[in-house]
Design a binder for this molecule. Structure first.
Ligand code: HEC
Length: 201
């Protein structure tokens, strides 16, 4: 076995201890490593304080809501204020862009009680021909805005803008006659079908 003359190796200085013939170079962790380590510790503290304990942080939901407000401003900008009357609501049923927006509002706010497809859970089935508070499409807007049954159906006039409630009413009207996966039993009274076309001026 050939002896290695460690002193001849071009390297770090040797430490002065030796165990069972094993010696150790003095090769400390480099300064940049300590610096990085310290930086991650400092970062984690700042991160924790900013995102979890300060009012400066924001959540994904908040940033989504902000984006949505901007988006609503953009798409509603062209139409101005939609009237919450039968004619306007029926007309929106044929507006694919608004129905897409309304669908996402429905999924975000209404599914917990009415189901993703409107078949009803805690809330009533919105797809059948029976309604408790609705005789014409503008009643849907009224129920969404004011709520019903002492708040069992919440009022949305604060949480959703006027235009959002108009297009939501149109979306809910469009659910009528669709076939949900697990429909809740009909409640209320059967009402006549929606007028097939928005009345012309
Ligand atoms: C907390 C549960 C809940 C949520 C959330 C909810 N609803 Fe309702 N909704 C109900 C209940 C319960 C009723 C039945 C009220 C009654 O008994 O008169 C109802 C009734 C309705 C009606 C009237 C149906 C009828 O037969 O008269 C419409 C329209 C409606 N909801 C739309 C919506 C829309 C749109 C949303 C989302 C913006 C929504 N609801 C969110 C519980 C809810």
């Amino acid at each position: 076995m050939s002896e290695i003359d460690i002193k001849a190796l071009p390297s770090d200085p040797l430490t002065d201890h030796e165990y069972d013939g094993i010696r150790e170079f003095d090769n400390p962790t480099p300064g940049w490593w300590y610096f990085l380590f310290g930086a991650t510790v400092v970062f984690s503290v700042l991160y924790l304080v900013f995102w979890h304990f300060s009012i400066g942080g924001w959540t994904i939901e908040e940033s989504w809501a902000d984006d949505q407000r901007v988006e609503f401003k953009r798409i509603f900008g062209a139409v101005g204020q939609l009237k919450p009357d039968d004619e306007t609501i029926l007309a929106q049923m044929n507006n694919p862009q608004f129905m897409t927006v309304a669908k996402s509002a429905f999924l975000g706010n209404c599914t917990a009680c009415h189901g993703r497809d409107g078949g009803g859970l805690v809330g009533v089935n919105l797809t059948d021909d029976s309604y408790k508070n609705v005789k014409k499409v503008s009643d849907i807007y009224r129920v969404i805005t004011e709520g019903a049954n002492g708040g069992a159906m919440p009022a949305w006039k604060r949480a959703l803008s006027d235009n959002e409630r108009v297009i939501l009413a149109a979306y809910v009207a469009s659910l009528r006659g669709t076939h949900p996966a697990t429909p809740k039993a009909a409640e209320g009274e059967v009402i006549p079908p929606w007028p097939t076309q928005a009345p012309k001026h």
